[in-house]
Write a protein that binds this ligand. Structure first.
Ligand code: UDP
Length: 485
């Protein structure tokens, strides 16, 4: 029996506890809720405040449909895996305890299923890091959709890398190879692909986990993508038609946020008053400020931060630089002597967390130096801002290729090696100066700006009524509603 229309469709959304996953899932919840779907975001107790604040914020913006969004917590097994109490978010997990965090993730299956038993959702949308959830859905006879939070380009690239292992047929770590069959002749080096590909699978626990993730993906009902068709048509088609996956692209999710207050609170409280930030930007000319931010996970050493500081100053550009060092009390050894005094009026340093979407959408922003996390990349595209790409980890080197090689809306700063968010330490100040000049000045810069502005328009059209993403969302909801439950 299909959904009779009496009871709204009820979907569980369960992101892994990391900003880059929770933020887009909150937006996804708003998208489903805007279509009358009842949504329950599942999380763990310590993560409730940051989610509820974001939902409350948008409720006060007269988005009445957000009353359809609920939050439920399941216990996080900190004690069982040897994590300190309250260590329930990637942000707070010390590097040596990351394996324990992933052990805890496995143990979430039981409490998650108990919640499913109580709430009886019609469908679950779960993070790819919860491979066990395909089995959970099967137990209740409902579909599991996977949320990877990455581009179709990266989904295709990583699948083709696993299938063909082209990095095994080059003679050195820095020799280029083409990713076989991927449209667009995309070249990488072994240094740029994650260590999970390079290591011997059998000896690496994480590799085994990734295998499990992939296998569970294949058995799931399909994939929800935070992307829009016009951005990466060849890769969306390849994913569906050649790799044979069922997928819906319903993004960019972040464009569902129209109000300033909602854009300001994303992930956490901003470390700068938004009015102060906008006032600062308001004094600058159009396209004259470089925004520099490396997402929520970077672990740059002081030496790299100093190179960035020198590069920014030497470039002569206005800039906003987000540094993940909380306060002056944390120490300022990473800053060259007298730096802040010299850049007064020209540069703004935000220590901690920036209202990124609000900043990117300001007309004064002329370029974005980004680590190429997919949310940041898509936010840059949606705001029509060309990028300097500085990938660190995860699938960020693929996103760099999409931005610089395929879309031609950015230039690489020249990072050579994939690391666990520390950066490879090779980027000196003069490389920064060069890439900032390329992205801000001259004909090539103009062309890139024009291209990314056109993509930004397409992104907006995609989420409007009748746009490609909006139609996909309707089709997905209709399909889910017609399933027996
Ligand atoms: N973000 C933010 N302020 C910051 C840093 C990050 O609002 O100071 C947001 C950013 O807008 C994006 C998310 O955090 O939505 C980061 O996700 P992304 O996939 O770009 O990178 P990750 O943090 O997962 O590496």
């Amino acid at each position: 029996m299909g959904n009779t229309g009496c009871e709204p469709l009820h979907i569980f959304l369960f992101p892994i506890m990391a900003h880059g996953h929770i933020i887009p899932v909150i937006d996804m919840a708003k998208l489903f809720a805007s279509r009358g779907v009842k949504v329950t975001i599942v999380t763990t107790p310590f993560n409730i405040p940051l989610i509820s604040k974001a939902i409350e914020q948008s409720k006060t913006q007269h988005c009445n449909n957000n009353n359809n969004i609920h939050i439920k917590a399941i216990k996080f097994p900190s004690q069982e895996v040897g994590l300190p109490e309250g260590c329930e978010h990637m942000d707070s997990v010390p590097a040596d305890l990351v394996p324990a965090f992933f052990n805890a993730i496995r143990l979430l299956q039981e409490p998650f299923e108990q919640l499913m038993y109580q709430q009886r959702p019609n469908c679950i949308v779960t993070d790819h890091f919860f491979p066990w959830s395909t089995d959970s859905a099967a137990k209740f006879g409902i579909p599991r959709l996977v949320f990877h939070g990455i581009s179709f380009f990266s989904l295709c690239a990583s699948e083709l890398m696993s299938l063909h292992e082209p990095y095994k047929s080059v003679s050195s770590d820095s020799e280029l190879f083409v990713i076989p069959h991927l449209p667009g002749e995309v070249k990488m080096t072994r240094l740029q692909v994650s260590e999970f590909f390079s290591n011997d699978a059998e000896t690496n626990n994480f590799n085994m986990f990734i295998k499990e993730v992939k296998e569970s993906d294949l058995r799931s009902y399909g994939v929800i993508g935070n992307s829009f068709y016009e951005l990466e048509p060849d890769y969306a088609d390849y994913y569906r038609e050649v790799l044979g996956r069922k997928a819906w692209h319903i993004g960019p999710f972040s464009l569902c946020n129209r109000e300033k207050e909602v854009k300001t609170y994303r992930g956490k409280e901003a470390s700068i008053d938004e009015h102060e930030c906008l006032k600062w930007l308001g004094k600058k000319e159009i396209n004259s400020v470089v925004y520099v931010c490396f997402g929520s996970m970077d672990k740059f050493p002081d030496s790299q931060l100093r190179e960035i500081a020198v590069g920014l100053e030497a470039s002569g550009q206005n800039f906003i630089w987000v540094v993940r060092r909380k306060t002056k009390e944390d120490g300022d050894e990473w800053l060259p002597e007298g730096f802040e005094k010299r850049i007064e009026g020209k540069g703004l340093i935000i220590r901690g967390w920036a209202p990124q979407v609000l900043i990117l959408e300001h007309e004064a922003i002329g370029a974005f130096v980004t680590h190429c996390g997919w949310n940041s990349t898509l936010e840059g595209v949606s705001a029509g801002v060309p990028m300097v790409t500085w990938p660190l980890s995860a699938e960020q080197f693929y996103n760099e290729k999409l931005v610089t090689h395929v879309l031609k809306i950015g230039v690489p700063v020249g990072v050579k090696k994939w690391t666990m968010f520390t950066g490879d330490g090779t980027i000196k100040w003069d490389a920064m100066v060069k890439s900032l000049k390329r992205i801000m000045v001259g004909e090539e810069a103009k062309e890139m700006r024009l291209k990314v502005k056109m993509l930004a328009q397409k992104a907006r059209r995609a989420v409007e009524d009748g746009g490609s993403s909006s139609l996909q969302l309707d089709a997905l909801i209709e399909e889910l509603g017609s399933l027996p439950h």
